[in-house]
Ligand binder design. Structure first.
Ligand SMILES: Cc1cc2nc3c(=O)[nH]c(=O)nc-3n(C[C@H](O)[C@H](O)[C@H](O)COP(=O)(O)OP(=O)(O)OC[C@H]3O[C@@H](n4cnc5c(N)ncnc54)[C@H](O)[C@@H]3O)c2cc1C
Length: 464
């Protein structure tokens, strides 16, 4: 319980209009995309890194848990206040500066990724990381999770664009990990890399220096349908192997997802076995050649249909189909066990076969889609949350999936992180010594374990 003097001091640090103890606010900041809920005792909305520093100094001295929060779109429970305490929302830290000559953008942690990307685009520059949640999720949340997205195959993920971060450590010190506007820099340890993907357990990111690229001149996009998911998976591999170009997106969608989306989007894809989306970008002269090549490969691999978008409007419609999958799946099962495994690209077909096998063995519906071009498939095990026996079969399927993924040389999470939903499983992927080193790092940054406790490394009795 926060004491009255602590409440008074927190109010003094951020000003009364930037703190809430109201039950309705606490409820709004109690959940994320996992659908689980844990109530905080207060929510803070700091504007500056200095305020964040004072908050953490105090929390560290008093042993109060602090959970950083962007937009709460995380899929693994990272922003849930498992032990109550403070939710530190970054939503009022939204400054954006673009240095077009150096091709660097500087964003406050709470900046919505879409807003940052749009601002860059307004001066002819391109910020490629594009989690499907980008119209809502924040730069800080993307950095904390090292978010990826459809463009990962060609352009990489968030970590490939973070040049430096300003971070408040759990003990309150304010640091900056690198100069920020240089694309190179090897002085000391790569703290930028360590903070990126640390899931809000090592520090609160307050600002980030992000690399920008020239905006591609043109884009082309096609959607090809197939009778089976396996045939679609083989086509993904063939496009990368034989195409002679890297698509800017190469997404795979199974029949369960297509049916779910079609129920309200009515795009005529309801009865289809699987589909792939291929997007290419670059110079005008080149994109048409690449698209032609992609279309030929789809036909050669036995596509049932190939729809090349005629204009920007059609491209947007086809992308909205892809973005609608996650919400549409809510209709398929009341509980979605959402995994984001990655395998070496050549093992995608084996992964697909294995997932189909798990679905049959455990008698559960599995919906798969994702960034197949870089081997990252979102495997959604759909169960009825009111049927304990079905939930148990679903959970057993998660274990089967992780075993399969690791056997194929993959990783149990490509972009969603560990949070609380995967903390039981990280020992399957990392050996004891590796895990122990990670826990030593956590203790070095956060000796009193006040920042996002119970995340990544499970704590007995917390977050169950
Ligand atoms: C419909 C949908 C589609 C999605 N698609 C993708 C996708 O394609 N690719 C992908 O990678 N993810 C995807 N996600 C997951 C999610 O959007 C990402 O993980 C995103 O990066 C979370 O950002 P956020 O601002 O919502 O962070 P939150 O959910 O608020 O927080 C996520 C984690 O980051 C920490 N955190 C937040 N801000 C900070 C900060 N400033 N400093 C330190 N730690 C911080 C939190 O403590 C928490 O551990 C999707 C989610 C949804 C709901």
């Amino acid at each position: 319980m926060l004491s009255e003097p602590v409440k008074r001091e927190l109010t003094r640090i951020v000003a009364p209009e930037n703190i809430s103890f109201q039950p309705e606010d606490l409820l709004c900041y109690s959940y994320d995309a996992t659908g689980r809920r844990y109530l905080p005792e207060c929510v803070l909305f700091p504007h500056t890194a200095e305020e964040v520093s004072l908050i953490l100094k105090m929390a560290n001295a008093e042993g109060i848990p602090v959970v950083p929060r962007g937009a709460g779109t995380g899929f693994t429970g990272g922003s849930l206040p498992l032990r109550g305490g403070i939710v530190l929302s970054t939503e009022r830290m939204t400054t954006i500066e673009i240095d077009a000559d150096n091709m660097v953008g500087v964003a406050g942690a709470g900046t919505v990724t879409w807003d940052f990307a749009q601002k860059a685009e307004s001066v002819g520059l391109f910020y490629p990381p594009d989690p499907t949640s980008l119209k809502v999720s924040t730069i800080g949340g993307n950095i904390a999770e090292c978010a990826g997205g459809p463009r990962g195959l060609k352009y990489g993920v968030t970590k490939d664009y973070v040049l430096a971060v300003e971070v408040v450590l759990p003990t309150g010190e304010l640091i900056k990990t690198a100069p920020g506007k240089t694309f190179k820099g090897v002085v000391g340890y790569n703290l930028t890399g360590l903070i990126t993907g640390s899931e809000g357990t090592l520090g609160v990111v307050t600002r980030a220096w992000l690399k920008l690229l020239p905006l591609p001149e043109e884009k082309r996009l096609l959607v090809a349908t197939f009778d089976t998911l396996e045939r679609a998976g083989k086509t993904v591999i063939e496009i990368i192997k034989a195409g002679g170009f890297l698509p800017s997106a190469l997404e795979l969608i199974d029949g369960v997802c297509l049916k779910a989306v079609d129920e309200y989007a009515k795009m005529g894809l309801g009865g289809v076995g699987a589909a792939i989306i291929v997007e290419v970008d670059g110079r005008r002269e080149v994109v048409d050649i690449d698209m032609e090549e992609a279309r030929d490969i789809c036909h050669r691999m036995g596509a049932s249909s190939v729809d090349v978008a005629k204009d920007e409007k059609r491209m947007k419609e086809l992308w909205s189909l892809r973005r609608a999958i996650s919400p549409a799946l809510k209709r398929v099962g009341s509980l979605k066990l959402n995994e984001d495994v990655v395998v070496p690209r050549t093992e995608i077909v084996e992964l697909i076969r294995g997932v189909e096998g798990i679905s049959r063995k455990r008698d559960v519906t599995i919906a798969s889609f994702g960034h197949a071009g870089d081997g990252n498939i979102h495997v959604n095990i759909m169960v009825n949350k009111d049927d304990p026996e079905e939930v148990e079969r679903g959970e057993a399927s998660v274990g089967d999936l992780f075993e399969l993924t690791l056997r194929l040389g993959g990783t149990i999470s490509g972009e969603h992180g560990v949070g609380i939903t995967k903390s039981d499983y990280i020992g399957m992927e990392l050996n004891r010594d590796t895990l122990e080193l990670m826990m030593r790092l956590k203790r070095a940054f956060d000796p009193n374990n006040i920042l996002n406790p119970g995340k990544i490394f499970k704590e007995e009795g917390v977050g169950v």
